[in-house]
Ligand binder design. Structure first.
Ligand SMILES: [Zn+2]
Length: 274
């Protein structure tokens, strides 16, 4: 899945920054919609307008690709598909430029699309929902918290009817060439058994060198909004990424082999519940 998923990152960055309200964002939505309809059993699109703290109106969309939608036993995997309008990391050489988001946004989407390909080829006996949330990275995480995590907050308030997933795994920044996935603090607090499940699964696959079974960063990310909505959600994220929120989050920083590692873990999580 690694090489195909890498191609999905190339395709996303070719649209340009996928900033809500832009043509690139609109074109990316069309591409994602058509790819998901070719692969999933059902695709649900949640569309709404979000008014920002500044008063701008953003047209946003969450995509939910459902596999085996009637199954009681389900797993939810998610990623954000928007990219950040400003490169405001302290390490950024030009804060006015948007983030291209090869890793931040691009990698999670590519991974979920790789899972969609695998489930199309070999359907699962359990239900799988792939959730692509919008507006994760639009605003300032401290000054305008209502303008970040917008799509995951919307999903939490508008969950699909039927059984809740056993758990949810968010994939963010998962394609760094130098992949090191430490356990994230809010995941360990909110759903420690899911953290153990994911890191044990990685270890069984021989990936303990990539999935390091130790805590490191504590982050505000989309998993928090799902936890608030009663879902056992965790974040799989490599936050040791120097290009984060800089103009240098580009295709040369990510690799197919990292996507392969995380994709293998995602598929093993699904297969182990069958
Ligand atoms: Zn970001």
């Amino acid at each position: 899945m690694g090489a195909t998923a890498f191609g999905y990152i190339e395709r996303q960055v070719a649209f340009g920054p996928r900033i809500p309200g832009t043509e690139a964002h609109r074109r990316m939505a069309g591409w994602l919609d058509s790819l998901l309809r070719q692969r999933a059993d059902t695709v649900i699109v949640q569309s709404w307008n979000h008014v920002t703290a500044k008063g701008d109106t953003l047209p946003l969309k969450n995509f939910i690709a459902r596999f085996n939608p009637a199954a009681e036993k389900r797993v939810l995997l998610l990623a954000h598909w928007d990219s950040r309008p400003v490169s405001d990391s302290p390490k950024s050489r030009d804060p006015s430029r948007p983030v291209l988001g090869a890793n931040d946004g691009g990698s999670g989407v590519a991974l979920l699309l790789g899972v969609a390909d695998a489930l199309k080829r070999a359907p699962s006996t359990i239900g799988v929902d792939l959730l692509f949330v919008d507006g994760e990275d639009y605003g300032d995480f401290t000054k305008t918290p209502s303008d970040v995590l917008i799509g995951s907050r919307y999903y939490g308030a508008h969950q699909l009817p039927g059984p809740k997933p056993l758990y949810a795994v968010l994939f963010d920044l998962v394609a760094d060439k130098d992949l090191q996935l430490y356990q994230e603090g809010n995941s360990l607090i909110g759903a420690p058994e899911v953290v153990n499940l994911v890191w044990d699964t990685a270890k069984d696959l021989g990936y303990a060198g990539y999935f390091v079974a130790a805590p490191r960063h504590t982050l505000i990310d989309d998993h928090i909004e799902l936890q608030k909505a009663g879902i056992r959600a965790i974040d799989v994220v490599d936050f040791d990424y120097p290009a984060w929120h800089t103009p240098d989050d580009t295709i040369d920083k990510v690799s197919a082999s990292s996507l392969q590692v995380v994709g293998d873990v995602a598929m093993a999580l699904i297969r182990r519940e069958e």
